[in-house]
Design a protein. Structure first.
Length: 497
C-alpha cells in the first residue's frame, strides 16, 4: 500500500548536488497515496544534528504524499561566556541546538550555522522550539536572550524566504511568554498547544490582539487531544481555516500512531476533504510509515525469499548471512553481529545486523539501486536519542539491538567506493552522505523482493511485545496473533517532477 522513494542525500554540498541530479529520475509516486493515508504526514522532531539534515530531508521528500519537508529543532539558550566563545560567539549568551540541557564539554551546531543549512528544507517548515533555562516570566528582561534570537532570525529570514521555508515559533519563542513577544519576530507565527495551560484558551478560536500569532494547532499525544480539538466550536477551532497542517507530538509506538490515525479519521468522517495532519516523530520516517499502514501480506507472499549466498574468504562458520553484487564484485555479509563488505581483497565493517537480504533495481540511474534489509540493527533516531545532549545523533556508535529491522539503500558503486575508503565512517549509518539507512520497525527476518520496480518488504512480526522482545527506546509494534508475515511496499517507479 505504501508508495515511496529513497534518494541518496548527504551532508555536503557535493552530496546535495548528487541528490539533485537524481530527483528527476527518481521521483516518488507517493503523491498517489491511498485514501486512508492522504491527510497524514510527519514532522521530524528534534533532529538537531545538522549533519543529518540533507539525509533526512531526502527521505522526507519521498515518504510523504506532498513531498513537503517539516522539521522541528531546539535552539537552546546557554548563558556561559566560555562555552559560547568555544562555539564562535563573542557574547555571554548563545543558542545551540539541543533539546535537553547542553553538556558544557560537548560541541553543538549553533544559530550561526542555521542560514547555511536551511535550504535542506526548501518548500517546507522549520519549527524553532526555543529552550530557555531561566524563569519564563522574566524572559522579556533578558536582553542577551532576546538579542540572540533576534540575531538568529535576522540571518535566517532572508534564506527562508528565498527557499520558500516557513519558520514557526515554539517553546520559549511563543508569544505567550511575555508582552515583549506579542509582536516580535514577525512575519513568523507560533504553534498553539491546547489544554496544558501553556497558551490562552481563547486563542483556539480568536484572532484578537496577539492571538493572531497562533497559526498551527500543536496537540499533545494522543487520541484524547484530537477528540478535545474536534469538540471545539468550530471543530479544531480557528485552525480549520488555516493552511498549516495540524500537528501532534510525539507518538512512538504503533499502537499510539494507529490510535491517533483512527481517532482523527473518525472525528472528521463526513466533513469533506480532511485537513492535513502531521505526526511529530523522533524515529525514522520509514518506521512511522510502517506503523501507520503496514498490513498482513497475501498468502502467496508469506514465505520469506531464500537468501542470496556467495562464497567468502572468511571461514564459513563465521558467515551468518550474505549477498553478492556481481556488477561490482562486492559481497556483503554478517558474522551474526556485525555487517562487513568484501571487495578486491579488502574487508571492512559497515554496520550491525543479521539476517541480510537484498534486492536490486538495475534500471534506475545512475548505476542501479541496491536495497538490503537486516535484523538486530540499531535505531539511530528515537525520542531518547534525539533529545539527549550527547552523544549527538551522528556521533553514535551502533550496537546490535534485538529485533530492530533496518534498511539500507544506495548504489553498488557508492557502497563499494565507501567501503574501500579507509577514512570513511560506517556505511550503514543514519548520517552517511552516500547511503540512506535507518530502522523501519521491530520484528525479524525482513526481506525485500522485486516486482518490476516495486519493492515489497515483508517481515515476521512480534507475537509477544515486552521489554525483552522490543527495545522500548525504538518504539514498539503491536503484537500480531496467528501465522503469516506483515509488510508494505516501496515503489521506485521513475517519473518527472
Amino acid at each position: 500500500k505504501l508508495q515511496f522513494l529513497y534518494l541518496i542525500g548527504g551532508a555536503s554540498a557535493m552530496a546535495r548536488g548528487w541528490a539533485a541530479c537524481l530527483v528527476a529520475a527518481w521521483a516518488a509516486c507517493a503523491a498517489a497515496g491511498d485514501a486512508d493515508e492522504e491527510p497524514f504526514g510527519y514532522q521530524l522532531h528534534s533532529y538537531n544534528d545538522m549533519r543529518q539534515w540533507d539525509v533526512v530531508a531526502a527521505k522526507a521528500r519521498f515518504t510523504t504524499a506532498t513531498g513537503a519537508v517539516h522539521t522541528k529543532i531546539d535552539p537552546h539558550y546557554v548563558l556561559n561566556r566560555s562555552f559560547c566563545a568555544r562555539h564562535g560567539f563573542s557574547t555571554a549568551g548563545c543558542l545551540v541546538f539541543s533539546h535537553d540541557a547542553p553538556d558544557m564539554g560537548a560541541t553543538y551546531n549553533t544559530s550561526k550555522q542555521l542560514p547555511a543549512a536551511l535550504p535542506a528544507f526548501a518548500h517546507g517548515t522549520v519549527a524553532l522550539c526555543g529552550k530557555y533555562g531561566g524563569i519564563a516570566p522574566l524572559l522579556c528582561w533578558d536582553k542577551w536572550f532576546l538579542d540572540a534570537v533576534d540575531d538568529m532570525l535576522k540571518a535566517a529570514t532572508p534564506v527562508a524566504m528565498q527557499h520558500n521555508i516557513t519558520l514557526l515559533l515554539d517553546g520559549a519563542l511563543s508569544p505567550k511568554n511575555g508582552a515583549c513577544l506579542h509582536g516580535r519576530w514577525e512575519p513568523w507565527n507560533s504553534t498553539y498547544t491546547p489544554g496544558l495551560g501553556r497558551d490562552p484558551p481563547e486563542a483556539a478560536t480568536s484572532d484578537a490582539d496577539y492571538y493572531r500569532r497562533y497559526e498551527v494547532l500543536n496537540m499533545e499525544c494522543c487520541g484524547d487531544s484530537v477528540k478535545a480539538a474536534a469538540a471545539l466550536n468550530p471543530p479544531f477551532g480557528k485552525f480549520a481555516a488555516r493552511r498549516a497542517p495540524y500537528q501532534l507530538w510525539e507518538p512512538m509506538g504503533e499502537a499510539a500512531i494507529r490510535s491517533v490515525r483512527d481517532v482523527y479519521l473518525n472525528a472528521t468522517a463526513g466533513a469533506g476533504a480532511r485537513h492535513p495532519f502531521l505526526f511529530a516523530i523522533n524515529q525514522d520516517p520509514l518506521a512511522w510509515r510502517n506503523y501507520l499502514a503496514s498490513e498482513a501480506v497475501a498468502p502467496e507472499s508469506r514465505r520469506r525469499p531464500p537468501p542470496l549466498q556467495h562464497p567468502l574468504a572468511a571461514p564459513a562458520e563465521e558467515v551468518e548471512s550474505s549477498f553478492h553484487v556481481a556488477s561490482v564484485n562486492l559481497t556483503v555479509w554478517s558474522n551474526g553481529s556485525w555487517v562487513f563488505a568484501t571487495s578486491d581483497g579488502v574487508t571492512r565493517p559497515i554496520g550491525v545486523g543479521t539476517q541480510l537480504r537484498a534486492a536490486a533495481v538495475a534500471s534506475l540511474p545512475p548505476n542501479g539501486t541496491l536495497l538490503f534489509t537486516a535484523t538486530n540493527g540499531y535505531c539511530y533516531n528515537s525520542e531518547m536519542y534525539n533529545k539527549r545532549p550527547h552523544p549527538r545523533q551522528c556521533d553514535q556508535t551502533p550496537v546490535p539491538q534485538l529485533n530492530v529491522m533496518t534498511y539500507t539503500l544506495t548504489t553498488p558503486e557508492a557502497l563499494k567506493g565507501h567501503m574501500l575508503n579507509p577514512s570513511a565512517p560506517l556505511a550503514m549509518h543514519a548520517c552517511n552522505a552516500a547511503v540512506l539507512h535507518g530502522a523501519f520497525g521491530i520484528g525479524s527476518a525482513p526481506a525485500p523482493s522485486l516486482s518490476g520496480t516495486r519493492v515489497h518488504i515483508t517481515y515476521e512480526p512480534l507475537r509477544e511485545v515486552n521489554s525483552t522482545t522490543c527495545p522500548q527506546v525504538c518504539g514498539c509494534p503491536e503484537p500480531r496473533s496467528g501465522e503469516g508475515r506483515w509488510g508494505f511496499a516501496v515503489d521506485l517507479t521513475a517519473r518527472a517532477m
